[in-house]
Design a protein around this ligand. Structure first.
Ligand code: ADP
Ligand code: GLC
Length: 482
């Protein structure tokens, strides 16, 4: 059994902007089931402070002359201890974890997450005497990237793991920031935190962690090549076998159509007819024409370029000429929000666009839809295609990252051998997307085959257990090599 400090900038249900929130809200509990003693470290955003029940201040301290409290609480609904970094100057403000209400990144993100990292380092070195010391420190994404770098300066340190959830977000700031943050000079060099003259938080993880992972085996291969490597492919390659891909899981507690309280009607692989009642309920809720046989296409997404929104927009006139309903729930870049909203105004019977962040509606869309589209340009793992599989909603995806690892195309061969669970296309164009949607529609007209694909999809096992076992093996290996 190891003590594991799991560090994340978001964790469901306390705070979530995307898949990292889901992972950090579930993996610690799955690791606990594998006999790991896990504590989660999270910034104390206002939303988090609002949601916690019992809590106590364990330490009062300060960084950069800013007062910081370490608050201890529990992850709601889980037996996982959470330590919150409560630095009001850094985290107690309206808006999101990384950006303000208008979507503009906080100007002082470097300072905010440097404070978060410094606390993590001091906790890891047991400086606060909290009667608990980690054997393994598991960091996630650039917000915790400085932790492995700073810990590398101590000979008596825990093992460090760094997980890349999305290489596109790197936490790069100017050189002056490095001085302002008073980071140790010995970390400033090409094989350290310096990245083309700038300070890179993510390099702190990639260079200094004992083991690096990303969230699917296929994305782990893709980011070793320049096309997807965001200028870090060479560095990742240099880490050799220390770098690997471990596929994310999904949380059966929150994403299970048989127990999902957000749904109009719960259902399982044995009662798939009830799924249709969720479609008619959503049609009613969103004032769409009601009909069980109208194919419904769903999508829940951050509205950013990564998610393939441009080819969707290019497809819309032809897509909306088909007898379908398309429901999109999302928030993100303003120009996408505006474009999709304008299309929805023109096609009220075919397209509903909800610009909002709404956890319960996300579940209802997954349950109501027949098809889910996720034509991502790149996708480290992707969770919505996994939720769709679980909900018998067949995903249409591009052949990238974790999507390629989890969705098996309904080719004749795969239908015949009983493995098909969705639709995959390789060319990232509007034409390919449209022809794949048409291909899916044709199968939809053959209810027996469609039902079989739904059964294949719902029977796939993407539980966290397997991934947690892989992480535990990695922890043990890192500890052995320390
Ligand atoms: P990413 O992390 O790149 O955003 P993932 O597919 O891994 O993509 O995870 C996205 C998660 O965020 C899913 O749980 C999805 O349901 C959720 N999500 C994204 N946008 C919204 C939204 N507007 N409302 C509710 N949930 C959302
Ligand atoms: C990132 C990726 C997404 C992944 C998620 C959780 O946000 O974009 O593909 O599923 O992290 O690992």
């Amino acid at each position: 059994m190891s003590n594991v400090l799991y560090i994340s900038s978001e964790a469901y249900p306390l705070i979530k902007t995307g898949g990292l929130g889901d992972v950090a809200g579930s993996l610690p509990a799955a690791l606990s089931k594998e006999s790991q003693n896990v504590r989660l470290l999270l910034p104390a955003y206002p939303e988090v402070l609002k949601k916690i029940k019992k809590s106590k201040i364990r330490r009062k301290t300060s960084y950069y002359n800013l007062p910081v409290n370490i608050i201890e609480t529990k992850l709601p609904g889980r037996n996982v201890t959470v330590w919150l970094v409560d630095c009001p100057f850094a985290f107690n403000r309206p808006g999101g974890p990384y950006a303000d209400e208008h979507g503009d990144e906080w100007h002082d993100n470097a300072l905010r997450f440097a404070i978060f990292c410094q606390v993590a380092v001091d906790l890891s070195l047991n400086k606060f005497k909290l009667h608990w010391k980690p054997d393994v420190v598991h960091c996630n994404d650039w917000q915790s990237g400085l932790v492995p770098a700073l810990l590398s300066l101590y000979p008596q340190r825990p093992a460090t793991i760094f997980t890349i959830h999305n290489l596109a977000y790197q936490g790069v700031f100017d050189q002056q920031t490095f001085s302002d943050l008073k980071l140790p000079e010995e970390l400033w060099h090409m094989n350290g935190l310096e990245f083309y003259g700038q300070l890179s938080f993510i390099k702190g993880g990639i260079v200094y962690a004992d083991k690096i992972t990303t969230v699917s085996p296929n994305y782990a291969r893709e980011i070793l090549e320049p096309e997807q490597g965001f200028s870090l492919d060479g560095l990742l390659k240099s880490r050799g076998n220390d770098f690997s891909g471990i596929l994310n899981g999904i949380d059966n507690k929150f994403w299970n159509p048989g127990t999902d309280n957000y749904l109009e009607k719960k259902y399982s692989v044995h009662s798939l007819n009830k799924k249709l009642l969720n479609k008619t309920a959503l049609q009613k809720e969103l004032s769409l024409p009601i009909g069980k046989s109208i194919p419904m296409i769903g999508m829940i997404s951050r509205l950013v370029e990564q998610k393939g929104l441009d080819i969707i927009l290019q497809s819309l006139s032809k897509l909306l000429a088909m007898p379908v309903q398309y429901v999109l729930l999302g928030m993100g870049e303003t120009h996408y929000e505006k474009l999709f909203t304008a299309w929805a105004k023109k096609h009220p019977d075919r397209l509903k666009v909800i610009i909002n962040y709404d956890e319960s509606l996300a579940h209802r869309i997954e349950a109501a839809s027949d098809i889910y589209i996720m034509p991502s340009i790149f996708e480290p793992c992707g969770l919505n295609q996994l939720y769709s599989l679980r909900y018998g909603t067949l995903p249409i995806v591009t052949h990238v990252g974790g999507l390629a690892d989890t969705v098996i195309d309904a080719s004749k061969k795969n239908i015949d051998n009983g493995t098909a669970n969705g639709f995959v296309f390789k060319e990232l164009t509007a034409e390919s997307l449209l022809s794949t949607i048409k291909r899916a529609m044709a199968v939809y007209q053959k209810p027996k085959i469609w039902r079989q694909l739904q059964i294949n999809a719902m029977s796939s096992d993407f539980s966290w257990k397997t991934s947690a076992e892989h992480y535990v093996m990695l922890y043990q290996q890192a500890l052995k090599e320390l």
